[in-house]
Design a protein around this ligand. Structure first.
Ligand SMILES: NC(=O)c1ccc[n+]([C@@H]2O[C@H](COP(=O)([O-])OP(=O)(O)OC[C@H]3O[C@@H](n4cnc5c(N)ncnc54)[C@H](OP(=O)(O)O)[C@@H]3O)[C@@H](O)[C@H]2O)c1
Length: 339
């Protein structure tokens, strides 16, 4: 193999129409997301809505948003907002997305877009009917690393892809009041972390024809550990693991008949991609030159969305709503098998 790894495209984070963003639910990820967007892009954060006016005002003061609202309903009515970033717990994504779409806003919905394929379908149906843009905030898709992988896959460098492995497991102390462990907030490893490896496998192999899942439930009733084998037309497999009980390797391998890629930990925001030839020799390594470490690169998805809206699109060309629904269907089946 003489191939080398390509450079990512679309890396200018200021090269997109400037949209006016409203943030719905100012929790942990909303702070990190806004920090990243403000630091690296020209996008404008103009408003925030919380269930508490005090929390909204504190967030607005910290991040320089002009408008703070004590309800999500008031936020989505703000005529100066183009797009709503929805950062509430999983259980609330669907109703909050539908609220924003009904007000005519574009939506970027934190992962997982809903708690089931049916919920994701309802968001897609509403967005399509309203003619607004809707996208799951699966930020990995929009990072430079994924464009390197995408180009390798498109070029067929790896030959016939036979196996994808991916893992995302963290150690979260059991706390029934935390959204991670609370069934009422759609907690559990599969929806919170497992969505990353399942979406990654879908990115490489498309939708599976079979899902085999095994795992374990926590005393609160949510899934705390799971392994999945996804099968695809032609026999390719994805072997995916997730959990809340241990710090696991969090890496990914994409193996084909002519070579393989290794994406080191943490694969969903890795800074390296390694290409090996069919004999197992390391051929090339791509190292992210942009230096936006960890959640600093959350902004890539915001810029991608702004670019797509500017192009008149209503869905992400890199992650369609139908694919997002199919990923949720895989998670539905895994969760059903885990009971
Ligand atoms: N992309 C990533 O890397 C990443 C990382 C972490 C989390 N996430 C996703 O982001 C979402 C939020 O996660 P987070 O860790 O930021 O959660 P969090 O800190 O608990 O924040 C969620 C916010 O949602 C609001 N909320 C609305 N209804 C609620 C309810 N019934 N119970 C509790 N809070 C409610 C609350 O804000 P107000 O009450 O002030 O409105 C709360 O601060 C999740 O879907 C998660 O999967 C993504």
């Amino acid at each position: 193999m003489t191939a080398t790894l390509p450079s990512p495209r679309h890396t200018d984070l200021h090269d997109a129409p400037v949209l006016r963003w409203g943030v719905l639910a100012p929790g942990v990820i909303a702070h990190d997301w806004v920090d990243s967007v403000a630091r690296h892009t020209s996008q404008r954060i103009v408003a925030v809505g919380s269930r508490s006016l005090e929390r909204a005002q504190a967030f607005a003061d910290k991040h320089g948003a002009a408008h703070a609202y004590g309800s999500y309903a008031k936020l989505v009515q703000d005529a100066e907002v183009d797009v709503i970033y929805i950062a509430s717990p999983h259980s609330e994504h669907e109703s909050h997305a539908l609220l924003a779409i009904a007000a005519g806003k574009h939506v970027l919905v934190e992962k997982p877009i809903a708690t089931s394929a049916a919920g994701a379908q309802r968001i897609a149906d509403a967005a399509r009917a309203a003619g607004v843009f809707a996208m799951e905030a699966m930020w990995t898709r929009y990072r430079p690393q994924s464009d390197v992988v995408r180009q390798v896959l498109e070029a067929g460098t790896l030959g016939d892809i036979r196996l994808v492995t991916a893992d995302f497991g963290g150690l979260a102390p059991v706390d029934p009041t935390s959204r991670l462990w609370d069934p009422a907030l759609a907690g559990g490893a599969l929806l919170d972390l497992g969505v990353y490896p399942v979406s990654w496998a879908s990115f490489v192999l498309g939708s599976p024809t079979g899902v085999l899942a095994s795992g374990d439930l926590a005393p609160t009733g949510v899934d705390r550990q799971a392994a999945m084998i996804l099968t695809h037309d032609g026999g390719a497999q994805a072997v995916l693991t997730t959990g809340l009980t241990a710090r696991t390797p969090e890496a990914s391998v994409i193996a084909g008949s002519e070579g393989r890629l290794e994406i080191p930990s943490p694969f969903w925001f890795a800074d390296d991609v390694r290409l090996f030839d069919g004999t197992g020799d390391l051929v090339d390594t791509w190292h992210d030159p942009f230096g936006r470490v960890a959640r600093e690169s959350l902004c890539c998805e915001a810029v991608a969305l702004a670019r797509y809206v500017g192009e008149g699109r209503t869905e992400s060309p890199l992650h369609s709503l139908d694919e997002t629904i199919a990923v949720m269907a895989t998670l539905d089946e895994a969760r059903r098998q885990l009971g």
